[in-house]
Ligand binder design. Structure first.
Ligand code: NAX
Length: 325
C-alpha cells in the first residue's frame, strides 16, 4: 500500500460531488493501492448537509478511505493537498448576465487560488469543474504564483466523452474503437468538437467533417448537450460530469494511451492561440504530466470556429482582469 494522498473537493455538498466522492473513495480515481484522505469543502450553510455525506462515506466502509475532513475553511481544506477538484460554484440565476456570473464566481476562485498557493503541496494537480470553468481556472492559477501554471486545468472531459460516445453510436462500434477525439476551446457552446483527426478502428474518418451529420447534428448536439439533459431530466448533468472529473484526474495521474481534451494555459502553444487563457487543446498524458499534441494541421473551417471560442475566452478574461493579480 502507498502512503495516503490528500484529495480536496469543493462544492462537496452539491450534486456533482455527490456522484464523484464515493467513486474517488472506492479507488476509481487513483487506483486500488492508493489510500486517500478526503477533505470535503463547502460553504458554512452547507456544513450540515456535508456532515450527512460524511456519515454515508463512513457507512460504505471503504478500505482505502483513511480519513474524512469536513470544512468551510480553505486553509484546512487545502492543507497538503495533492489533488484538488474545484467543483463548487454559484449557479446562474434567472436574468443574470454571463459577465455577472463570471465576476461572482471569480470571487470564489480568487481566494481558492490563494489558499492552494499557501496550503497545498507545490506538486498539487488542480481540476476546475465549476462554471465558467476555463476562466475560473485562470483566476485560481493567477492567484497561486508558487504553483506551476500547468498544474491548473479546466474540465473538457465531459465534452470529449460526449463526442466519443456520439461517434461510437454513429459508426456502431465500441467506445474503445474510437480514438483521437479533439474538443478545442471553451466549455461553452462555442467549443469546437473536431473529428478531423479521429480514428475509428484505426481508420481516419475526416471525410465526415463535410457531412450534414457533422455540421447539423453532431456539433450542435455536443455544444448543447448540457441543455438537452436539463430539458429531459429537469436537472443538470451530475453523474456524467462526476465521471468526467474522475476520468480526467485518473488519466492525468496514471496516463492514457489516447488523446485527451484538457483546458490548460495557452502560453507558447504552436496553434497561434493567444497567450494567457485557459484553452482546451488535444493532449497526451503520461507519468503525471500532459503535453499538447502540437504537430497537427488545422483545416480552414476548424480554424475559423476556433477563433470564435478563443475570442470568447479573451473576452471572459478581460472582464475579470482585476481578479488576475
Ligand atoms: P450544485 O449547485 O448541486 O452544487 C454546488 C455546490 O457548491 C453547493 O453545495 C454550494 O454550496 C457549493 N459552493 C458554492 N460556493 C462555494 C464556495 N465558495 N466554496 C465551496 N463550495 C461552494 O451544483 P453541481 O450540479 O454540483 O455543479 C457544480 C458546478 O459544475 C456548476 O458550476 C456547474 O455549472 C458546473 N458544471 C461543469 C461542467 C464542466 O464540464 N466543466 C459540467 C457539469 C456542470 O454543469
Amino acid at each position: 500500500m502507498n502512503k495516503p494522498v490528500n484529495v480536496s473537493i469543493t462544492g462537496a455538498a452539491g450534486n456533482i460531488a455527490y456522484s464523484a466522492i464515493f467513486r474517488i473513495a472506492s479507488g476509481q480515481m487513483l487506483g486500488n493501492d492508493q489510500p486517500i484522505n478526503l477533505k470535503l469543502i463547502d460553504i458554512e450553510p452547507a456544513m450540515n448537509a456535508l456532515k450527512g455525506v460524511k456519515f454515508e462515506l463512513e457507512d460504505c466502509a471503504f478500505p482505502l478511505l483513511n480519513s474524512i475532513t469536513v470544512t468551510h475553511d480553505l486553509g484546512e481544506g487545502f492543507g497538503d493537498c495533492d489533488y484538488a477538484l474545484l467543483i463548487g460554484a454559484k449557479p446562474r440565476s434567472k436574468g443574470m448576465e454571463r459577465k455577472d456570473l463570471l465576476k461572482d464566481n471569480g470571487k470564489i476562485f480568487q481566494p481558492q487560488g490563494k489558499a492552494l498557493n499557501n496550503n497545498a503541496k507545490s506538486s498539487v494537480k488542480v481540476l476546475v469543474v465549476g462554471n465558467p470553468a476555463n476562466t475560473n481556472a485562470l483566476i485560481a492559477m493567477h492567484n497561486a504564483p508558487n504553483i506551476d501554471p500547468h498544474q491548473f486545468t479546466s474540465m473538457m472531459r465531459l465534452d470529449h466523452d460526449r463526442s466519443k460516445a456520439q461517434v461510437a453510436l454513429k459508426y456502431k462500434v465500441q467506445i474503445n474503437d474510437v480514438k483521437k477525439i479533439i474538443v478545442w476551446g471553451n466549455h461553452s457552446n462555442t467549443q469546437v468538437p473536431d473529428l478531423s483527426k479521429t480514428e475509428v478502428k484505426g481508420e481516419e474518418i475526416k471525410e465526415v467533417m463535410n457531412t450534414d451529420w457533422y455540421v447539423n447534428e453532431f456539433m450542435p448536439r455536443i455544444q448543447k448537450r448540457g441543455a438537452e439533459i436539463i430539458e429531459a431530466r429537469g436537472l443538470s448533468s451530475a453523474a456524467s460530469a462526476a465521471n468526467a472529473a474522475v476520468s480526467h484526474m485518473r488519466d492525468w495521474a496514471a496516463g492514457s494511451s489516447d488523446w485527451l481534451s484538457i483546458g490548460q494555459i495557452s502560453n507558447n502553444n504552436t496553434f497561434g492561440i493567444t497567450n494567457n487563457i485557459m484553452f482546451s487543446f488535444p493532449s497526451r498524458c503520461s507519468g503525471g504530466v500532459f503535453e499538447i499534441v502540437n504537430e497537427l494541421e488545422m483545416s480552414d473551417s476548424i480554424e475559423s470556429l476556433i477563433k470564435k471560442t478563443e475570442s470568447e475566452l479573451v473576452q471572459e478574461r478581460d472582464s475579470v482582469l482585476e481578479l488576475l493579480k
